[in-house]
Design a binder for this molecule. Structure first.
Ligand SMILES: [Zn+2]
Length: 88
């Protein structure tokens, strides 16, 4: 079993390339759809709350948190529980 993305790339699996492409996008140009109210917003236009250890992005329409990114003792964490889709 592969431990990280570079191990997966060795196999040259096209699905792995798609995954890498998906995670190499410019976040500021991304549109995000809220899971609670379906509003689609440009991520670059949304307010980011938090500080050096945690970033929270809230929906412009309904106060739902779309994204939570955090630094933890075990590495970085990304939660997208409040988002339905990212478009990029
Ligand atoms: Zn919303």
């Amino acid at each position: 079993m592969a431990d990280n993305i570079s191990d997966l790339m060795i196999g040259g699996d096209p699905a792995t390339y798609l995954l890498q492409e998906v995670f190499a996008f410019d976040i500021t140009l991304t549109k995000i759809q809220c899971d609670a109210c379906d509003t689609v917003s440009g991520l670059g236009s949304l307010v980011v709350e938090g500080g050096p250890m945690e970033a929270l992005v809230k929906c412009a329409n309904c106060e739902n948190y779309l994204i939570r990114a955090a630094r933890t003792p075990n590495g970085r964490l990304l939660e997208l529980n409040g988002a339905r889709h990212l478009y990029f």
